[in-house]
Design a protein around this ligand. Structure first.
Ligand code: SAH
Length: 355
């Protein structure tokens, strides 16, 4: 006899109201919906069998009709500086990566929003992969839960910050990223503070404005890296359709309407964007949009196209900005020995197979 597995629905795609409705419809009390919801989100339970306060028949009903498409930690690596990186295997076998970055009292989770990326920034390892698919809200949420657990077990500290600086462009997976953040900040989920979350974008102007219209409470980082269209076009193809003028307008709109923090990320590339002339151009851009500048050390991705700027040049660049009243910090690379540094997340195993 041939049997066909029926396609079971991912239960975490359902809202609390959906769950309550399902139980009501079955003739059970709707509070079962609340119980299941709590197991799924607050307790990150991945097996219906473990939902110990549900009657056996209820658990069987759930097993017969639903799945919990949770992610699995694969190849966890710990760097000499305490940075922890892991691949996360998705239910359909694809891989993304997430990182825990410990720095003083801060424990920052760096999470992915897409499998691969469609933007092809020339300096980024993920940019060399195809974009396979968007992550679902629960796949994003699960990364935060795992990384929070690493902070607790390896560093005995609570997770304090989340940055969407892993694989993918978060604003091209807008609804799922926002719905994951809703769960992350909700008391029914992880209860984290919205102002400890930063979404980083290569610059999708329309979506930056939408963030403002949606009155989000998290912070925004723009991966700027060059302050003229001429230069930016050569390293970030997205700039051709989202020029600096268009981005300026969107960022002003975001800043004025939300009052949330804006950061410009600026990777310092040797002999490309590390001169005082470049700092002057960045200064005039900063005059239009109040923001802090985060100067990032370039992490070589192996293709030799760029080199990292000399540290005396980076210091001079930072000093120039600060002397002109722009707040600037230098972000030194972390987790280099395990390829966990910014822009290096490209699950090497998959990546090596395609080049
Ligand atoms: N797509 C989003 C988020 C992912 S990239 C964005 O572009 O912002 C996260 C950050 O890592 C971005 O600022 C990106 O420009 C930076 N990055 C990418 N490759 C890098 C590299 N090789 N060295 C240092 N930073 C890099």
């Amino acid at each position: 006899m041939i049997t066909m597995d029926k396609l079971l629905q991912d239960i975490r795609a359902l809202s609390l109201d959906d769950l309550k409705e399902i139980f009501k419809h079955k003739g059970e009390a709707s509070f079962r919906g609340n119980q299941v919801y709590k197991w799924l989100w607050k307790k990150s339970c991945i097996s219906f069998d473990d939902m110990s306060n549900l009657p056996k028949q209820t658990r069987e009903f759930l097993i017969e009709n639903f799945v919990i498409n949770h992610i699995k930690v694969e190849d966890k690596q710990i760097s000499n500086d305490g940075t922890i990186k892991s691949g996360f295997r998705l239910h359909d076998k694809l891989l993304v990566e997430g990182v825990l970055i410990p720095a003083d009292e801060r424990m920052t989770a760096c999470v992915s929003s897409q499998v691969g990326c469609s933007l092809s920034c020339s300096f980024c390892a993920t940019g060399k992969l195809n974009r396979e698919r968007n992550l679902t809200p629960d796949e994003i949420y699960d990364q935060v839960v795992h990384i929070r657990d690493w902070a607790n077990t390896h560093h005995q500290k609570p997770l304090s910050n989340i940055v969407f600086m892993g694989m993918g462009e978060p604003l091209l997976n807008y609804n799922n990223v926002l719905s994951a953040i809703d769960k992350i900040i909700s008391p029914d989920g992880l209860g984290m503070a919205a102002d400890r979350i930063t979404v980083s974008t290569a610059g999708i102007a329309k979506m930056i404005k939408k963030l403002a219209d949606d009155k989000v409470r998290f912070n925004l980082a723009l991966s700027l890296h060059a302050a003229t269209d001429e230069k930016r076009n050569t390293i970030m193809p997205i700039n051709e359709s989202n020029s600096l003028d268009v981005l300026t307008e969107a960022l002003q709109y975001f800043g004025n309407n939300t009052k949330n923090k804006i950061t410009f990320e600026y990777i310092a590339f040797k002999d490309f964007n590390d001169s005082i002339e470049d700092a002057k151009q960045l200064l005039s851009f900063c005059k239009k949009v109040p923001a802090k500048v985060n100067i990032i050390e370039y992490n070589p991705t192996g293709d030799g196209a760029f080199e990292k700027a000399d540290s005396n040049k980076i210091d001079a660049f930072k000093n120039y900005l600060e002397n002109h009243n722009i707040r600037a910090t230098i972000r030194r690379s972390r987790g280099k020995d395990i390829d966990a540094a910014c822009g290096q997340l490209a699950n090497k195993k998959n990546y090596e197979a395609i080049i």
